[in-house]
Design a protein around this ligand. Sequence first.
Ligand SMILES: C[S@@+](CC[C@H](N)C(=O)[O-])C[C@H]1O[C@@H](n2cnc3c(N)ncnc32)[C@H](O)[C@@H]1O
Length: 261
Amino acid sequence: MKNKKITSLLVSNESQFNRTSNLSSEISAKLANHHLTSNLFQYHSKRVTSNQNGLHKNLDVIVNKHIYHPYQRPIRQHNIVAFNLLYEKFSIGKLPQIILDSCCGTAMSTIALAEKNPDALVVGVDQSIYRLSKNRQSTLLPENCLLIQANCEDIWRLSVEYQLPITHHYIYYPNPWPKSVHLKRRWHGHPVFPYLQPLAKHTILRSNWLLYLAEFARAWELLTGLLFAVNEVSVIEPVTLFEKKYVNSGQAAYELVLSSS
Ligand SMILES: C[S@@+](CC[C@H](N)C(=O)[O-])C[C@H]1O[C@@H](n2cnc3c(N)ncnc32)[C@H](O)[C@@H]1O
């Protein structure tokens, strides 16, 4: 909604601009300046702020609870339908492996991964049809790429149940849910978290909020006994639209690369 507002502001500035030829140069200059500032605002993305100043105090308790009490929520019908699309495409194709791009948004990263990995089926999952369909008319999907509208938590459980050969699982810029009270909405605080170990050999996350990845790493340690470090990455070519937005706003990008064994 916010983006829409910004876009329409830019569009109306543009048309205003074209009608200024007979205005005084002073007014034109003001409009030009406003136009420029609006463009800059496209990349003015706020840093994540939180009322937490370290790992959540209940992190270990919550993660351990989810490890010992499996997630019971019934899988929703629309996610079963989406999973069937994935299963069918994988079964009829001759590709030996799958790469998953969870919370893929507009699928910029999914398409790039598919182009880089022609011997894998690359699947982008997002719950938002608005994000998934953005730019779709203008961008053709590679043959080895599939986008599904679904909730990751159900796709992950079904993929584990059907033992899909997922080699790499990317989660780029998950929603941070920075308020302390929202720990359970972060993927490492969610009851589905234990499924992430059997889901894929390698799990790769990026975030502009270091604490999110630090918590994820701690939760992974509780789940697998394996300890991994979060690194800052220097981004030359952004892999996703959110990354582009954060990097252009001068924010750091962090990455966590995990193995399941
Ligand atoms: C911050 S955006 C990042 C999008 C993309 N990865 C990027 O970096 O540009 C987070 C995305 O996660 C999606 N999302 C949030 N919860 C989800 C869920 N449970 N299942 C699937 N997608 C989800 C949202 O619709 C949104 O597109």
